[in-house]
Write a protein that binds this ligand. Sequence first.
Ligand code: 5AD
Ligand code: FES
Length: 354
Amino acid sequence: MKTIDEAKIQALVAQLEAEKNLPDRDMAELIETPLLELTNRLLAEAADRVRRKHYQDEVYVRGLIEFTNYCKNNCYYCGIRAGNACVERYRLTQEDILDCCRTGYELGFRTFVLQGGEDPYYTDERICELVAAIREGYPDCAITLSIGEKPRASYAAYFAAGANRYLLRHETADELHYAKLHPASMSLANRKRCLWDLKELGYQVGAGFMVGSPYQTTANLIEDLRFLQELEPDMIGIGPFIHHEATPFRDMADGSLELSLRMLSILRLCFPYALLPSTTALGTIAPNGRELGLKAGGNVLMPNLSPVRVRQSYQLYANKICTGEEAAECRSCLELRVRAAGYRIVTSRGDVKR
Ligand code: 5AD
Ligand code: FES
């Protein structure tokens, strides 16, 4: 016999699947309900149905190259913030980066994600030169940049040089919450401006947020969904907040696996077409976190292609996985994990299917 509460959750999930949306009050109930097992199971089942309708059992892999951990910003949550004097800073050279691409290409990657802190050494000219070199060497690959907030003209120059995609999580769509996560030198308005500029310039755009970040409320999460519905990004990256001991948030609680999975499923139901990574942070808070993320609606994995010698220095949060494994080891490890979860890694650019 189902209780009234269980029947309500079942009805809400069905409504979300059918209408790709729920009113705030119902969304809040779905996010907050203590009926953990039932809710996450129903959401994951619905999300998996929708993902299979749009993307079958395909999982896209992106080769992540963390090419600089210098950063001028001081986000309170992030381990490579400028104020952390304990990180050994590094920059990969263009040659290093092209080596990563070569290894990655051989392993079947057709998307390279160049991610880094906001590093003034990497001027627009240097970024464009780098992008152009990759574009020339790998004409069949997508080039994704994830290097933070820049003027519109810079984004335009990277695009002209050959970049196709840009990842910039909005982090939170609520002004007050944003101000609790970032110093006053940063603003949500500028972050949103960047995302709109990127979209207008023709990039495939990825936004996103952390689940369980300090001071986050259910209302904040709903605001994130509403902002995303307005932006309609191609990719949405979410993962649990994980504290880092050398940041102001060292004593803050980590986000939970359960809420992260619940939000991932809700995103799949709201955005059937979206590319949703099952993130490294999810794999860090639980040994099978990424597999569970795929089963909850995720369809992208972003393993690391950076040289092993620098991986320990790109710790945005504590205990990040895969810092000791070579690219090839991660690739075969993922192959097994994805297959065991009931999906299939494909060698393709993995463009969004709108
Ligand atoms: N825990 C989880 N995710 C984090 N990020 C940064 N710091 C942390 C942390 N402590 C995420 C941010 C950023 C992305 C690159 O990593 O959302 O946009
Ligand atoms: Fe990196 Fe398993 S994915 S070791």
